[in-house]
Design a binder for this molecule. Structure first.
Ligand code: UDP
Length: 309
């Protein structure tokens, strides 16, 4: 296949580039580098089947030649990024998705849109099944990401229904691993960075809020299986093993062998109280389930962070 990956220099995007090149496909990586980084793809620059295009997907995009598949992964994804870049976040989820869908229509390519567990907002149903419609504050600081992704899902289904494009929507739950930025702001890089530097681990709120963490290779496997499937409705991809943030901080302390203390700071506005994917659908229809335990995945991530610090 000849595949376009928007946000291909980002955290998950760059792992997707590796994966498709490894399977012998041609990959065009498009990124405007506002949160992605050239370093994530620098090892691929000499690959004959790889091409990098620095471009903003919210402006009109065109690609010479055929395309078989598009994966739209461009977007700020860390709360500190989308709160700092609210308009870019809204535009990449709306105008960017529109452009990606238009290109898929023109090229008769299938397209997979990266959505998120944030479409469920601060969920009132737990764990979250794909049939749950969510509890999102449209005008809160997180609304820029949540509503952009909800719009992305809506326009994707409209293109599927009206233009009969083969569309897919993956709802990605918290994913971590190599290539997350040290100062990404999300809980995994924050805690690992703090623990390795001997600084206090910053828990927001009382630490009783929960998250469920998936290692990047598992998330990428789920995405590839969804792309290769016949499904057009959204599918949750994530690891259901759920921890409170306080429990998670203690895991990081243990795995880094760190003497860092824990400090409590203010909880950000609209921070979801619980989150755990119901992955029944992915298990049944994609024959996918996560394989890497938190201990193993966090262990690999710590190793990578040690090299970067
Ligand atoms: N969090 C925390 N300390 C940090 C960073 C995050 O306690 O240094 C909390 C955050 O408030 C949230 C959870 O960890 O409850 C996960 O945050 P993250 O930014 O990783 O992503 P989210 O799941 O909220 O999108």
């Amino acid at each position: 296949m000849r595949i376009l990956i928007t946000g291909g220099a980002g955290f998950i995007g760059s792992h997707l580039c590796d994966r498709f090149l490894g399977e012998g496909h041609h990959v065009i990586c498009m990124d405007n580098l506002i949160t992605g980084s050239i370093e994530n793809i620098s090892h691929l620059r000499k690959e004959k089947k790889f091409k990098f295009v620095k471009r903003d997907v919210t402006k009109y995009i065109n690609i010479d030649g055929n395309l078989d598949a598009i994966l739209h992964f461009a977007s700020p994804a860390s709360p500190i990024d989308y709160i700092k870049l609210p308009i870019q976040t809204l535009k990449v989820g709306s105008l960017g998705t529109h452009n990606a869908l238009g290109l898929a229509k023109e090229k008769k390519a299938k397209i997979l849109i990266a959505s998120t567990s944030e479409v469920y907002g601060d969920p009132l149903v737990h764990p979250q099944k794909e049939t749950y419609w969510g509890n999102v504050n449209p005008i809160g600081p997180r609304g820029v990401y949540d509503e952009a992704k909800r719009f992305a899902e809506a326009i994707t289904m409209a293109y599927h229904r009206v233009h009969r494009i083969d569309t897919k929507i993956v709802r990605i739950f918290n994913t971590y691993g190599e290539r997350m930025r040290l100062k990404d702001g999300r809980v995994v890089p924050n805690f690992i960075f703090q623990a390795l530097k001997g600084k206090p681990l910053t828990i927001y709120g009382n630490g009783k809020q929960t998250r469920s963490f998936s290692y990047v290779s598992d998330t990428v496997d789920g995405i590839v299986k969804l792309l290769n499937s016949k499904l057009n409705e959204p599918v949750n991809i994530g690891n259901p093993c759920e921890y409170t943030i306080l429990e998670f901080a203690k895991i990081i302390q243990k795995l880094t062998d760190s003497k860092s203390k824990i400090v409590f700071q203010e909880l950000p506005c609209d921070d979801p109280k619980v989150r755990q994917p119901d992955i029944t659908k992915a298990k049944k229809l994609l024959k996918w389930s996560p394989k890497i335990s938190v201990e193993e995945g966090i262990g690999r991530t710590i190793k990578w962070f040690k090299k970067k610090i």
